[in-house]
Each structure stands twice: as C-alpha cells, then as structure tokens.
Design a protein around this ligand. Structure first.
Ligand code: ASP
Length: 359
C-alpha cells in the first residue's frame, strides 16, 4: 500500500515536472521570438545625387523602389527567414528595377556589354559566395548565394560562373533584358569625351560609380548577413572587377562585429579593404558608428575615394556614412521604424569630398 502510494506520487511529480519544463520551454520560445531584434538596411548606391539633378518623378520612383526593397527584406525577417534570405529578397527588388546599376539597368562596359558582380556573406560561420563578370544572370545575388551554398568555392567568374548557373537551373537572360536607354546614353557620353581626348567631367566620373545596390540584416537568431550587387563602372574594360564581389572590400559579415555593404569608387574600397576594415575596428571595441565614420569620412576621404557604406552590428545598431553628396538608402530598425533617405540630412556631417576638407 505504502509502495503504491509512493509510485503514484513519483508518477505525478514526473508529469508535473514534465509540464513545467514544457511550459517553461514554450515561454522561453515565445519571449525569444517576441524579443528578437530584427533590422535591415539597404543602399541603392552613392554618388553625386543632388536635388537639382533630380526630377520629382524620378525621386518618387526611386523612393518607392527603396521602400519595396526594405519592406521585402523586413517581411522576410518577420516571417522567420534568415538574414541571408532577407538580404537576397531586398536586393532582388533593386536588381529587377531599371533604376539601379544592378541586374536590369546595369551599366555597360567599354564593349557595350553588361558585366555584373555580386557577393553575399553570413556572419554566423563566415560563409561567403561571389560571382564576377556575369552577363546573362537576371539576379546575380542569387547566383552568389548558390556559389556559397552549392559549391566548395567562394568566387566564380565569367563563363565558369555562368556554366555553374546553367547546371543549377538558372535561366539565361538575353542581353537585351539588361539594356536601359539611360545607361546606354551614359556610355555614349563618356566614349564621346574619350574620343575627343577630353577629360570626363566630374558628373561623368561620378556617373561611373553610381547606383550599386546592397543590404545588411539581422535575423531572429542574432545572425548578421551582408550582400552587394552591381554592374560595376560605366565604360570599364579589360575585365575590370570592382569591390562589390570581393569579400572584405565591398561586402563583409561577422556576428562578432558587424555586417557591411559598400558602394563607391571600387578601386579605393579594394585598397582600403573597407568592409573588413570597419568590422575589424568593431571587433576590437570601437562602436559601429565611429568605426564606419573613420573609414568612410577619414581614411577614404584622405585617399580621395568617393562612396559610402551601410553597416549594422549584432545589436542591430545602424550606421550609413557616405562622403559623396548623396546615397540612396533605407532602413527598418529594431523598433520597426522605417527611414528612406537620398540626400544628406540635417545634423549629418557635410559631404567630406565635396566640401573644403584638407587632404
Ligand atoms: N563599387 C562599385 C564598383 O566599383 C560601383 C558602385 O558602388 O556603384 O564596381
């Protein structure tokens, strides 16, 4: 009788204990999901973007696309997607728009061809994928992701990258898909000046590195990712590749520090290893905003390297410094606040390269 009672009480306490563990687990899961910090920042390129050079119509179209892009990424995060998938979703929107220098609307090289570059990196395990000089891929960021997930390599280029794409079922686009009149005219202008042995004007030079796209995001598991996609620079030749597909230069992510996507004059971003340079400073203890500002508004300015970055740390802090006149950018922060900006805002430091900064 006594034994039966004690067996019963053991069973009851097991059941009660099991329930407590179950409820505690559920509570923990729900607080983790509710407390999860989600955030995303995107850019659509940096350059000479002034109010006087912009029509109301174009500005509205750009703002609308930036909004769709940042919302696509954020919706993915809300739905439980990884930061990598959110970055890809956001970049796809801008690659599909003719307004940006990535995917449809990419600039032309000196041979009148579109050669696109892209890269993606995950802060959790430092996995990365990149493609350079592809001409038939609708969404180069998707191919960069495929290189990361389905190959043992980090970067594939040219025909090899496209063969890899074919083997993985990517649709091969006709070059006409990427053509936009705006970019074609831009190339003709630069070429005419070249033939006349005229120096390209400041506007032409700035036109050359303009409207590359990128995104950085933080997901509910605390993982950071970064991605960048571009047509490179107008009139580029000899197989020129810029910073965008180069891990550490145009793109970098590490959960221990930050995620960065860059835009600007790629040669400088490669030399100063901009994306890694910022994350390395953060890992060594510098706050994100200070690290990003030092590299963009001090180191790059001294070198005369024009451009900007979007950056996010593991707490979801955001920094978007640029030393050009403007940078297309949008963000949704950890409180769910959305911001879409093109020009420099009040309180932001003056455009260092455009002002009277001593070099
Ligand atoms: N950084 C890109 C490149 O040099 C251009 C850009 O950001 O617009 O290829």
């Amino acid at each position: 009788m006594h034994e039966e009672a004690s067996e019963l009480s053991t069973r009851i306490s097991r059941i009660v204990f099991g329930r407590i563990i179950f409820i505690a687990g559920m509570l923990l899961m729900s607080t983790t999901a509710a407390d999860a910090k989600l955030a995303i920042v995107i850019h659509g390129g940096a350059g000479t973007i002034t109010r006087s050079s912009m029509t109301d119509e174009k500005e509205a179209a750009i703002r609308a696309t930036l909004k769709s892009s940042v919302q696509a990424g954020y919706q993915a995060l809300l739905g439980g997607a990884s930061s990598t998938d959110a970055v890809t979703a956001a970049i796809n929107v801008m690659e599909d728009s003719p307004l940006f220098n990535a995917g449809k609307g990419a600039v032309f090289n000196a041979d009148g061809k579109n050669e696109m570059d892209a890269s993606i990196m995950e802060g959790a395990g430092l996995n990365a994928g990149a493609v350079a000089s592809v001409s038939h891929i609708k969404n180069p960021i998707d191919l960069a992701l495929k290189v990361m997930t389905e190959s043992e390599h980090v970067m594939l280029m040219g025909d090899g990258a496209e063969e890899f794409a074919r083997q993985h079922g990517f649709e091969m686009m006709d070059p006409a898909y990427f053509h936009t009149d705006f970019r074609w005219q831009q190339l003709q202008r630069i070429k005419a000046k070249e033939t006349a042995h005229q120096q390209p004007s400041t506007d032409d030079q700035h036109d050359q590195w303009f409207s590359t796209v990128g995104a950085v995001a933080l997901d509910r598991h605390g993982n950071l990712s970064a991605g960048t996609s571009t047509g490179g620079t107008s009139n580029k030749r000899w197989g020129r590749v810029g910073d965008s597909p180069i891990i550490g230069a145009g793109t970098y992510a590490n959960n221990n520090s930050c995620a960065v996507s860059a835009t600007g004059h790629g040669e400088f971003f490669i030399r100063y290893v901009v994306a890694y340079n910022i994350c390395n400073r953060v890992e060594l203890g510098t706050p994100l905003a200070e690290a990003a500002d030092t590299v963009v508004n001090n180191i790059l300015v001294k070198a005369e390297g024009e451009g900007g970055v979007i950056a996010m740390d593991a707490a979801g802090n955001i920094a978007t410094p640029f030393n050009s006149e403007g940078m297309y950018r949008a963000s949704i922060d950890t409180d769910g606040n959305m911001k879409i900006s093109i020009y420099r805002e009040e309180g932001e430091p003056e455009a260092a390269l455009m002002g009277n900064v001593e070099h």
